[in-house]
Design a protein around this ligand. Structure first.
Ligand SMILES: [Zn+2]
Length: 95
């Protein structure tokens, strides 16, 4: 006789088995990929460390970005300034 408790247990057990199988498959894939990478690294096929173009790039100068040079007198001005603080010449792209 099948009661609700038995049906629930069977369904839960089946779901657990499916989840376990999927999890084990993923772990095996990760393990195989790692082993393959180690082998390639040993044979020199692969660089020891992955080169990151983002990392190798020159860091942007925050000082330069926040300053602008006056085209009239060459004085350094804050980028937010509309006019030079030395000679009052207009600054920015509209100048
Ligand atoms: Zn100026």
């Amino acid at each position: 006789m099948l009661d609700v408790g038995t049906v629930y247990l069977v369904a839960a057990g089946a779901l657990l088995l499916v989840a376990l199988a999927v999890g084990v498959r993923a772990l095996v894939r990760i393990f195989r990929e790692g082993r393959e990478r180690r082998r390639k690294r040993r044979e020199g096929e692969l660089d020891r460390y992955t080169k990151d173009p983002e990392y190798d790039r020159e860091p942007p100068d925050p000082e330069a970005a926040s300053r602008s040079t006056c085209p009239q007198c060459g004085a350094e001005n804050d980028a937010s300034f509309a006019f030079c603080r030395e000679c009052a010449a207009p600054l920015g792209p509209g100048a």
